[in-house]
Design a protein around this ligand. Structure first.
Ligand SMILES: Cc1cc2nc3c(=O)[nH]c(=O)nc-3n(C[C@H](O)[C@H](O)[C@H](O)COP(=O)(O)OP(=O)(O)OC[C@H]3O[C@@H](n4cnc5c(N)ncnc54)[C@H](O)[C@@H]3O)c2cc1C
Length: 487
């Protein structure tokens, strides 16, 4: 395809999805312009507002590979091997996500990742405009109105319009004036607040075997200390290579490691209602009393708790469903602008990256009929967006409640056993979602079949010891077809 035949492309939003899409399209010879509401984070610092670090999984990494960026991102990520579950009483235990270190997720800094992607987009030839918020779009005349923070506004003649401007998308709002997009937003009723476990400042500590406050001595001597460049193990107040969870039934805390040695802690709690809810924790003193009761080990590692509590607002969580993702061949939305989800599977960015890779590839194949490309894009991605939305909601219950439930743990152990003994026919939902690129909708369908089979195998059993695992594996191989490609 002649690069000159490629339509001009205008991307709204230079967040994670917008900057990856800009990179992928510019690498394919598209003339790409990006308009971002915020100032350039490389000049003014990253004005986050949303989670400070994120879990990157295989499918997100796969999209980054297509842009040639996976290695650069991995170099600034912290590997997480599993969930470190902190009960209210007793010792923390690691529930591995996968079978070995080839099956891990990674904690990445949102700000650093965004900056890496912006640099990549510019290197590939995209033109980035900052302090340029989309205010309105005139689809008939192919123009957009952009507003600066100083109140100035200007009109710009745009090409194909692609909205990567997040959950509150202004492009989606403009499209909704032209057609009914079938938009539905379902609030979760739970919010989140970010806190911090800082790194330990121990310049003279010798490496290896040192005591880690809050966990006694190194809790997992069998786990090696593979680290990213510049990461000093002794600086971490908790096991670095894990996603920490303090499940407490209807609510929970989690903590993800950062390369600097600190952890970003997120408290998820109902917004309203009886104690404990954000409404019942009006100030840092009340929140501290709550943490003393429910998360004493975490609180002990949070010297700036009061200041963090006061400084960080409560974030809202909701799922966005959208029936139509495009306006003929003129505009389309992707990433959170099309399908914002709750964060409990750690997949929002990963799903958005898959969107970007899919759309770039479809546009690359057919640059003439953008309406057909957008329709195909929606047909391929929407069922998967709906599937990960449902799995993310289900995972909240699993994380805050299930990880401490004996039947859940039994199923998890059976799943691990069947993964080995019926390889190629069985894989847990978490592993399909996190360590493969099997479409999300297929993961849901497959998980439904597998769960039904496991429940039937576990019927009348309270442990794995009295189950004939060889017979169970045979039954799995006979009942379930081989796993699809991408597993
Ligand atoms: C608490 C929390 C934890 C999360 N954890 C994970 C995780 O572990 N793993 C994971 O994969 N996902 C996670 N997510 C989801 C992830 O943050 C989103 O899915 C991801 O940021 C979506 O990227 P995006 O580029 O579509 O949107 P955004 O990241 O929201 O970016 C949108 C961009 O558009 C810009 N913009 C907005 N309006 C305009 C406008 N009018 N004009 C121009 N520009 C505009 C914004 O400034 C921003 O730069 C989490 C989300 C939350 C809230």
């Amino acid at each position: 395809m002649n690069a000159n035949a490629r339509p001009r492309t205008t991307i709204i939003g230079a967040g994670l999805v917008g900057s990856l899409l800009a990179t992928l399209l510019a690498q394919r010879g598209f003339d790409v312009e990006v308009f971002e509401r915020r100032p350039d984070p490389r000049v003014h610092g990253f004005l986050g507002g949303r989670s400070i670090n994120l879990a990157l999984a295989e499918r997100g990494l796969n999209a980054l590979r297509k842009a040639g960026l996976a290695d650069a991102v991995l170099a600034q990520a912290v590997m997480m091997r599993g969930r470190m579950v902190h009960p209210l009483e007793g010792v923390a235990n690691l529930q591995r996500y996968g079978l070995d270190d080839s099956e891990v997720i990674r904690s990445v800094s949102r700000g650093n990742l965004n900056i890496l992607l912006l640099d990549a987009a510019e290197r590939a030839g995209a033109t980035l405009h900052f302090d340029a918020a989309l205010a309105d779009a005139d689809f008939s005349n192919a123009t957009i109105t952009l507003a600066g923070h100083d109140g100035t506004s200007r009109t710009h003649h745009c090409g194909l319009l692609l909205g990567c401007d997040g959950a509150g998308s202004a492009l989606r709002a403009a499209m909704a004036k032209a057609i009914d997009l079938g938009e539905r937003i379902e609030p979760l009723g739970h919010g989140y607040k970010e806190l911090e476990i800082p790194s330990i400042n121990l310049p003279s500590m010798a490496s290896g075997g040192s005591a880690i406050p809050g966990t006694g001595s190194r809790p997992f001597p069998g786990l090696d200390d593979a680290s990213v460049a510049g990461m000093t193990m002794e600086r971490f107040a908790l096991e670095p290579h894990a996603l920490h969870i303090w499940p407490r039934g209807h609510y929970m805390c989690i903590a993800l490691p950062n390369t600097e040695g600190n952890f970003t802690v997120t408290l998820f709690l109902p917004g309203e209602g009886a104690f404990p809810s954000f409404a019942t924790l009006p100030d840092a003193a009340a929140a501290r009393r709550f943490f003393e009761q429910q998360f004493p080990d975490a609180l002990a590692l949070m010297p700036t708790f009061d200041a963090d509590w006061n400084a960080h607002p409560v974030g809202q969580l909701a799922t966005l469903y959208l029936d139509h993702w495009h306006l003929g061949g003129r505009a389309a939305v992707l990433g959170d602008a099309a399908h914002a989800i709750v964060p409990f599977h750690g997949q929002g960015m990963n799903a958005g990256f898959e969107d970007a890779a899919e759309l770039a590839s479809l546009l690359d194949e057919d640059t003439q009929d953008s309406a057909a490309v957008f329709a195909e894009f929606e047909a391929r991605r929407k069922p998967n967006a709906d599937a990960i939305a449902a799995m993310s909601l289900a995972n909240y219950i699993e994380m805050r409640d299930g990880v401490a439930d004996p039947h859940y743990l039994l199923k998890r152990d059976l799943a691990a056993a069947l993964t080995k003994s019926a390889a190629g026919h069985f894989m847990s939902r978490y592993r399909m979602v996190s360590f493969t690129s099997i479409p999300y909708a297929t993961c849901v369908a497959r998980d439904r079949e597998q769960t039904a089979l496991m429940e039937s195998i576990l019927k009348d059993h309270t442990g794995l010891d009295d189950i004939d695992l060889a017979a169970a594996a045979k039954r799995v191989r006979q009942t379930l077809p081989p796993l699809p490609e991408g597993a």
